[in-house]
Design a binder for this molecule. Sequence first.
Ligand code: AHR
Length: 551
Amino acid sequence: MRGFLTQSASSLRRLSVALPPQRVSLLRRAFIFVVTLIVVAVAAPRAAAQKVELSIDASKPGAKIDRNLFGQFAEHLGHGIYDGIWVGSDSTIPNTRGIRKDVVAALKAIHVPNVRWPGGCFADGYHWRDGIGPQRVVRLNPDWGGVIEPNTFGTHEFMDFIDQIGSDAYVSVNLGSGTPHEASDWLEYMTAAQATTLEKERAANGHPAPYKVALLGLGNESWDCGGNMTAEYYLDRMKSFSHFVRNYNPAQLEKDQMLKIAVGPGGGEERWTDWTETVMKAYQQHTWSWDINGLSMHNYTVVKWPPAFKSVGFGEDEYAQILKTTLEMDDLIRKHSAIMDKYDPLKKVALVVDEWGGWYAPLPGSNPGFLVQQNSLRDAILAALNINIFARHADRVRGANIAQMINVLQAMILTDHEKMALTPTYYVYKMYVPFQDSTYLPVTFEAGSYKHGDFSLPRVDALAAKGKDGKLWVEITNVDPHQAAEVELNVTGINAKSALGQTLTAPKVDSVNTFESPDTVVPKPISASAQGGKLILQLEPKSVTVVAVEP
Ligand code: AHR
């Protein structure tokens, strides 16, 4: 290297004799710049891979990691439903009875366990009769941009969509502006098998067989957009809805019973802990006439309100801050679980985190009421960290719905007319499919720390489980955007011979998939075979990896 530099300097000197002084100075500066670059590149230390020993104890299985932790949320908001799912049967976009075929195929591949619908805030203003029959009621959507709500996507269209993607319905009834009577009629309309007037109306509208409603939301954020209620007032209304809103589907009377989810907290402050106390204390004393099976919790990763962080075009500062903030999910779950444990030590009531995800500034030029944002590698890592938190609390957290499925907030899918792109978060959901209904296995490791500015967070995270397929599945997130991780996997009781799976990373923390470049952030195969009795995985910086360990 020294020889090259000396030779080049003397060549420059030779050249300077022949050229005018101005050109020489320009040349000299260019030369110095190039040399500096070379020196920096050569001198910069290559970050050594961080060594992580990861031990899994397959002999101590924990709770079931409920498939409902991988639930989705689809609200009548922006292009979440219209364009995202529904294009109408006369559209040139390939569809089945008005529902996009490309979106259905993509969602089938991630085995969506349930879809929460029709909101969100929208649910507490929704009147189900507007969305059935040949004549739909056209209204406004005051919560989200004040746009026209045509109600062309209603109960039958939602159930058709659920059926096409092979998922379950999580229906949120209107407890805010509706009545128990209205909600009770809706459930009878959807689920009755006997020849009632509502059952006949459903049949006349094209569906003689009763629908299955797996989960029922008793309102949404009743402390805010759902009616600004006190906990006590909500409790009274909720009891009444819980009693009168019945599921009549004969197939759900014994097993597969519909689970009722009450509105729960939206944060960790006293107002929210009081809310959880009020609902759970009442649950402890509940009589035969009302019941709940879950308490909802909403927690977005947002940092500032209104959301100001960019969803693309950000650097390491915002990467570190968002991921640090997202880890607060763990404390929040602990806090509310502790209250639930007081009143429900047998953990009959699930904590259902039915709205969560990164919430950033709307993309420039988009309708701010449509909550349009991009989805980057950072979101993939954010998703993995949260799913792992849910799984570690799987004995209490038995449901979660990321917000929202298509075109809204931290989406799986982005569409624009006939175009569709799958997001980095989508690929995380795909890679985690083997964890659905798997059994949690304890995993120990020294995480180390990734530090940036004032932020310090665990460098790696990991989850292990025994899948329904009998295989041992391991997920490892390398949060550090600079340093690779060399992970040594030790499994008690198993002589691991190899590991095979997929890893997701990208050139930058804010790399995204676009309609023009849809494959910037896509999983790639990864494998390792045991050497000297050790199974070693080399993980890229800022990556999410899922492997099956083979004995
Ligand atoms: O997901 C967007 C909105 O966030 C939902 O409608 C509401 O429940 C929450 O505040």
